[in-house]
Design a protein around this ligand. Structure first.
Ligand SMILES: Nc1ccn([C@@H]2O[C@H](COP(=O)(O)OP(=O)(O)OP(=O)(O)O)[C@@H](O)[C@H]2O)c(=O)n1
Ligand SMILES: C[C@](O)(CO)[C@H](O)COP(=O)(O)O
Length: 230
């Protein structure tokens, strides 16, 4: 039976957020943001190991206590200049222990609201899949293309368009090969697509947001508090 490993790229600087420290260490509901992300993965019975890819010069991780996340958690200080390079470093770190067909779930450190239900849906729907896939949500809003003056140049059809989320789940060997060969991709599915393969879209929901701008942090906190009150 293939195992499931998680890789969490956490070597970004959070430039669009613009805080004094990388956004994964900002306080969210009383914990560093990334703690919520890792808790969702570490508590899942599907996942055998959780590898966090930190920047080589990360000064924040060691200042927190992560012991409550349990024995599945590991770190590697090997992040790169791009998200794809950080994920690649994680895949290489797993190379000696992962079999070619073991599954790897890549999940952004900056998505702290992943629910167990979404994680279960991803793992269950892809269990027998030959390619793998990703959580995603259908585009809900009308799409506008802007012109050079910041005005609407066109209204674009949204039929068949989805917004990619994470986790993105692919087998270790093809994902490693795809990322090693791909020039510039912003997600794992993009790398797998360059092999001519078609990742499966597994419907997630909007609560699995990526904290990118300051307003996202407040929204993430509301989502986490609302879950606690249920
Ligand atoms: N060189 C990089 C860049 C990004 N990431 C990680 O990839 C995820 C998604 O990236 P993004 O939201 O773009 O994070 P940042 O790069 O930190 O933000 P920004 O682009 O605003 O600088 C984050 O968990 C981030 O830490 C990474 O591991 N290594
Ligand atoms: C992987 C991702 O979160 C899917 O939406 C996204 O592509 C990351 O992109 P970013 O440019 O690093 O924010």
């Amino acid at each position: 039976m293939p195992r499931h490993f998680a890789i969490v790229p956490a070597a970004g600087s959070g430039s669009r957020f613009g805080a004094g420290l990388p956004k994964q260490y900002l306080s969210l509901a009383g914990r560093p943001l990334i703690h919520h992300t890792l808790l969702a993965l570490c508590r899942s019975p599907h996942i055998a190991r959780v590898l966090v890819v930190l920047a080589p010069d990360d000064r924040h991780w060691a200042g927190h206590d992560w012991r409550d996340l349990g024995p599945k958690l590991e770190t590697v200080y090997a992040g790169g200049a791009t998200r794809a390079e950080s994920v690649l470093a994680g895949l290489r770190a797993l190379e000696t222990s992962a079999a070619d067909d073991d599954w790897v779930l890549v999940h952004d450190a900056a998505r702290p609201c992943l629910s167990q239900a979404m994680l279960d849906a991803l793992v269950d729907e892809l269990a027998g899949d030959p390619v793998g896939g990703l959580l995603a949500v259908p585009v809900a809003d009308t799409l506008k293309r802007q012109d050079d003056d910041g005005r609407v140049a066109a209204t674009e059809p949204r039929d068949g368009l989805w917004q990619a989320q994470t986790p993105q789940m692919f087998r270790h060997a093809p994902l490693l090969a795809a990322l090693e060969a791909a020039a510039a991709v912003t997600d794992e599915a993009g790398a797998i697509e360059t092999l001519g393969l078609r990742p499966k879209l597994v419907r997630g929901d909007a609560s699995n947001l990526k904290v990118t701008f300051p307003a996202d942090l407040a929204l993430a906190e509301l989502i986490l508090f609302a879950r606690r009150e249920r």
